[in-house]
Design a protein around this ligand. Structure first.
Ligand code: BLA
Length: 240
């Protein structure tokens, strides 16, 4: 269902950036679970290049039961650019949830004007996927932009509307990166570093995927995957 999204991202990345692989623990890189109704496969990829310190994406394929494509692009610490966040989930044909955003590191006016306002014209074209749904796990005012695409939708919309929207969001993201001036002063770099680390901690604590990972692959694997791969700058909290 979301394979074309993965392929498009890969094609873009490989044609635009000088990528090198960031090795993933083989236990975390690929797993198959036989616990569910259908076998569930999870596979992940991770790269870096001068502009991005971490590019990761994960595909979960459990046939009809679940198809998930999840990705985060972390710019290098010299760039205050938002993170690119993608979370596309299909549980059967009926329950499809899609999220796509430039995840802001800061919320001051200049920042939003520079990195978030440019999304407005694209987002306006795809209003049907900007549904203003209530967030149950995350806080919409932290690390989400006002122009995120966030929708409960159907397979036809994924193909005909979400895919072109995704291509346009990516295009704009590359453009903002090209225009961005890498910071050179240590105060800025430290501020960006902290914001990205805080994002990992926040995400690891809120991520509604943990339960899904536990049910397919066990709690130990789930813990490792979240803290050592997805959000590796997070530390587990003792009591949830
Ligand atoms: C929701 N994301 C979800 C849900 C799951 C995942 C299971 C709950 C769906 C439901 O309502 O039943 C799954 N999250 C994953 C998976 C990974 C993950 C499989 O991190 C990792 C492989 N989530 C992100 C990113 C964004 C994001 C990068 O990981 C940003 C675009 C958004 N996911 C996001 C949002 C929701 C969600 C906004 C709805 C949560 C809410 O209601 O608060």
């Amino acid at each position: 269902m979301f394979q074309p999204f993965l392929q498009h991202l890969e094609k873009e990345l490989f044609s635009r950036f000088d990528l090198s692989s960031r090795p993933i623990d083989p236990e975390l890189e690929f797993q198959i679970s036989q616990r569910g109704k259908n076998p569930a496969m999870i596979e992940s990829w991770c790269y870096q290049c001068p502009q991005f310190r971490k590019i990761r994406y994960t595909y979960i394929n459990a046939g009809e039961t679940a198809q998930i494509f999840n990705s985060v692009l972390y710019p290098s610490y010299e760039y205050d650019l938002p993170l690119l966040g993608v979370d596309l989930l299909a549980f059967g044909k009926k329950k499809i949830l899609v999220v796509l955003d430039f995840q802001p590191l800061f919320r001051d006016e200049d920042y939003l004007e520079k990195y978030i306002e440019p999304i407005a014209p694209i987002r306006a074209k795809y209003n049907e996927m900007a549904q203003d749904l209530e967030m149950k796990f995350y806080d919409a005012n932290q690390y989400f932009s006002p122009y995120l695409l966030f929708a409960k939708t159907d397979a036809e919309t994924v193909v005909n509307r979400l895919f072109p929207a995704y291509q346009e969001y990516l295009q704009l993201y590359w453009q903002l990166l090209e225009q961005a001036e890498p910071k050179t002063d240590s105060a800025s770099i430290e501020r960006i570093t902290k914001a990205q680390k805080d994002y990992d901690q926040y995400s690891a604590e809120r991520d509604p995927a943990s339960g899904l990972f536990r049910s397919y692959f066990g709690s130990e694997w789930a813990e490792e995957f979240v803290h050592n791969f997805l959000f590796e700058d997070s530390v587990p909290v003792a009591v949830k």
